[in-house]
Write a protein that binds this ligand. Structure first.
Ligand code: PEP
Ligand code: MG
Length: 591
C-alpha cells in the first residue's frame, strides 16, 4: 500500500499529487511554471548562470594569492567540475523541459535529489561532498535572483504561479521540513493542492495559513521530507493526519472516491452561504471571517461572512526584504479591505509581530527577537508595538483613516497589564490628535482587546471597563494556560482545548462580557471547528470568527442547534472529568 507517514492533521480533506520537495532555506526561491514557448529562454537563463558562476570561480582561482593553501584551489576545481557535471546541469534541464519548472525551482528540485544520493553514500569523504553541491547551487541561485538570470526581474519569490499550458500536468503537493508563516503566504495563491511538513503544531501560524487556504495539510510528520522523494505520488489524508507514499492502485481509488465525496459535501455546504445563521430557537449568530491580507476580503463576502472579525495585519509586514509598509501603504491596504467588505464591519488587529512571526527587518528589533530566549513569552504583539511608539501610532493613524470608508474596529493583541491598556489608549488619542492637526478625516472606531493571556481572562471585569468589546484568542489562551508551545510538535499532544482550565476561562470571559452588554467573540481556531460550536453556543457566544472556508460548516451546526437545550447541559460538561466525552454525550445533534 506504500509507506505511511503520520503527523498532525491541520486542514481537512484529501489531496493526491506528486511531491515537490523544498528545502526550508530554499522555500523563498521563485517557483513558477514556464510556458512552452519560453522553455528555450529558461534553459538559456540556466546556461547564463552556469557560465557566469564558472567565470566567477575561475577568477577566484586566478586571483588566489601565491601563499594560499593548495586545498583551496583543489576545492574550486571540484566546484567547477560539479557545475558542469551532467547530474546537475543535464538533470536540471530535464526538470525544465519535462515539468516546465523555472530554472530556480528546477535547480532546487535537482539539489534535493542529489543531496539524498550523497546522504546515502557509505564513504564519508564522498558524503561530505554534498556541501559542495549545495554551495554550487547556492551560487547559481544567487546569480539567478540577482539578475533574474537574464536581466529581467524574477517573479515573486516562493510563489508558484504561471501558465500551466503543457499536457499531462499532475497536481503537486509541497513537502518541506518546515515552512515559516511568511513563506506560507507566498504559497497562498499557488498551485499546490496539499502540504506536508516535518515540524509544526496544529495551531502554529503555518498551520493556520494552510487552513485558510482550505487545502489538505499534515504537519509534524517528522520524517516526511526524508522518506519522501522528489516526484513520489502522495496521498495526504488531512482528516486523519496520514501521508501515503506511492499508494497502490486500490488505495488510490479509495482516496479518489473520498475526494469526490468531500467535493460534493463542499458544494452542498456552499449553498448555505446566504442563509442567515439562526439557531432552532431563534438566536441570531454572527459568523465573521479571519483574513490575512486585504485580498482575502472578497472571499470572505463570497463565503457569507457578515464582517471581518480578525484581520491579522502583521502579514502586511512580511516578505518585504526589510522594507516595511509606511502609513500610506497601510492605509490603502486597510481601506481596500473595508471597501471590499461592502459596509460590513472590519476588525483590524494591530500587529502581532514576534514568536513564530518574526519581523522581516534588519536592525535592532530583529536581533533582539533572534536573541529572545523564548520568543512566545518575549517581545510580541502589543508589547512590541508599545516598544516602537512611532510605528504603533503610524499603524493607528492608518487604521483610523480607513474608518472614513466603512465600519472599522481596532483589536489589540496579547494585552495582560492595565498599564498596557492605558498606554494603548494614550497612543490612540495621540494618533487621533495628529490626524485632527492635519485635517485628515476618520470615523468612529470601537476598540477591543484580545483575551489570550490567562491574566486577561482572570481580570476580565477590569478589561471590560476599558474596552468596547473583547475577542477571545483561544490559540494563545490554550498555549499560555497550559504552557504548551503551539508551534512545537513535540508537545502538540498536550495542546488540549478541552482542558477544564481553558474551558473555564473561556466560559467566564463570555459570561462576564454578556452580563455587561459588551461584544464578545472567539477568533481562535476553536471558532471554526464544528466540534466546539455547541459548547461555545452553550456558553452564550453569539459571535464566531474563522477562516472563510469554515463558515458553511459552522453555519450548519448553528442551524441545527437549540441553545436552551445546550445551556441546560453546560454545567455538567464544564464539571465533568472528561468534558469532551460529556459534551459528545449531551450536545449530540441530529445528523
Ligand atoms: C489566537 O491566539 O487565538 C488568535 C486568534 O491569534 P493568533 O492565532 O494570530 O495568535
Ligand atoms: Mg493570538
Amino acid at each position: 500500500m506504500g509507506i505511511q507517514v503520520f503527523g498532525t492533521p491541520v486542514s481537512r480533506g484529501v489531496a493526491i499529487g506528486r511531491a515537490v520537495l523544498v528545502a526550508s532555506s530554499r522555500v523563498d526561491v521563485a517557483h513558477y511554471f514556464v510556458p512552452a514557448d519560453r522553455l528555450e529562454h529558461e534553459i538559456n537563463r540556466l546556461r547564463n548562470a552556469r557560465d557566469a558562476v564558472a567565470a566567477e570561480l575561475e577568477a577566484l582561482q586566478r586571483d588566489m594569492p601565491g601563499d594560499a593553501p593548495g586545498e583551496l584551489s583543489a576545492l574550486l576545481d571540484v566546484h567547477l567540475m560539479l557545475l558542469h557535471d551532467e547530474t546537475l546541469s543535464g538533470a536540471t534541464k530535464v526538470w525544465i523541459l519535462e515539468r516546465h519548472y523555472n530554472a530556480e525551482w528546477a535547480l532546487s528540485a535537482q539539489l534535493e535529489v542529489l543531496a539524498r544520493q550523497f546522504d546515502e553514500m557509505e564513504d564519508e569523504y564522498l558524503r561530505e561532498r554534498k556541501a559542495d553541491v549545495e554551495q554550487v547551487v547556492e551560487r547559481l541561485l544567487r546569480f539567478l535572483s540577482r539578475k533574474g538570470g537574464d536581466g529581467a526581474a524574477p517573479p515573486l519569490a516562493g510563489a508558484v504561479t504561471g501558465a500551466r499550458d503543457f499536457a499531462g500536468e499532475d497536481p503537486l503537493v509541497l513537502v518541506a521540513n518546515d515552512v515559516a508563516p511568511a513563506d506560507m503566504m507566498q504559497f497562498k495563491r499557488s498551485v499546490f493542492t496539499g502540504f506536508v511538513t516535518d515540524v509544526g503544531g496544529k495551531n502554529s501560524h503555518t498551520a493556520i495559513v494552510a487552513r485558510s487556504m482550505d487545502i489538505p495539510a499534515v504537519v509534524g510528520a517528522r520524517e516526511a521530507s526524508r522518506l519522501i522523494r522528489q516526484d513520489d505520488w502522495l496521498v495526504i489524508d488531512g482528516d486523519a493526519g496520514i501521508v501515503i507514499v506511492n499508494p497502490s492502485p486500490i488505495v488510490l481509488e479509495e482516496y479518489r472516491f473520498r475526494q469526490r465525496q468531500s467535493e460534493l459535501e463542499r458544494a452542498r455546504l456552499h449553498r448555505l452561504r446566504h442563509t442567515p445563521a439562526v439557531t432552532l430557537d431563534g438566536q441570531a449568530v454572527e459568523l465573521l471571517a479571519n483574513i490575512e491580507l486585504p485580498g482575502d476580503a472578497a472571499g470572505a463576502v463570497e463565503a457569507g461572512a457578515v464582517g471581518v472579525g480578525l484581520f491579522r495585519s502583521e502579514f502586511l509586514f512580511m516578505n518585504r526584504n526589510g522594507d516595511l509598509p509606511d502609513e500610506e501603504e497601510q492605509f490603502e491596504a486597510y481601506r481596500d479591505a473595508v471597501v471590499a467588505m461592502q459596509g460590513l464591519p472590519v476588525t483590524i488587529r494591530t500587529v502581532d509581530i514576534g514568536a513564530d512571526k518574526p519581523l522581516d527587518r534588519g536592525g535592532a528589533q530583529e536581533s533582539r527577537h533572534e536573541h529572545a530566549l523564548n520568543p512566545a513569552l518575549g517581545l510580541r504583539a502589543i508589547r512590541w508595538s508599545l516598544s516602537e511608539p512611532g510605528m504603533f501610532r503610524q499603524q493607528l493613524r492608518a487604521i483610523l483613516r480607513a474608518s472614513a470608508f466603512g465600519k472599522v474596529r481596532i483589536l489589540v493583541p496579547m494585552v495582560a497589564h492595565l498599564n498596557e491598556i492605558r498606554l494603548t489608549l494614550d497612543a490612540l488619542a495621540r494618533a487621533r490628535q495628529q490626524l485632527d492637526d492635519n485635517g485628515r478625516p476618520y470615523g468612529p472606531v470601537e476598540v477591543g482587546a484580545m483575551i489570550e493571556i490567562p491574566a486577561a481572562a482572570v481580570m476580565i471585569e477590569r478589561f471590560l471597563a476599558h474596552f468596547d468589546f473583547v475577542s477571545i484568542g483561544t490559540n494563545d489562551l490554550i498555549q499560555y494556560t497550559l504552557a504548551i508551545d503551539r508551534a512545537d510538535e513535540a508537545v502538540s499532544h498536550l495542546y488540549d482545548p478541552w482542558h477544564p482550565a481553558v474551558l473555564s476561562l473561556i466560559a467566564q470571559t463570555i459570561a462576564r462580557a454578556n452580563a455587561r452588554g459588551r461584544g464578545v467573540s472567539v477568533c481562535g481556531e476553536m471558532a471554526g471547528d464544528p466540534a466546539f460550536t455547541d459548547l461555545l453556543l452553550a456558553m452564550g457566544l453569539r459571535s464566531f470568527s474563522m477562516h472563510p472556508a469554515r463558515i458553511a460548516s459552522i453555519k450548519q451546526r448553528v442551524l441545527r442547534a437549540d441553545t436552551r437545550r445546550l445551556e441546560a447541559a453546560l454545567d455538567k460538561v464544564l464539571g465533568a472529568e472528561d468534558p469532551a466525552a460529556e459534551a459528545a454525550r449531551r450536545f449530540s445533534q441530529p445528523s
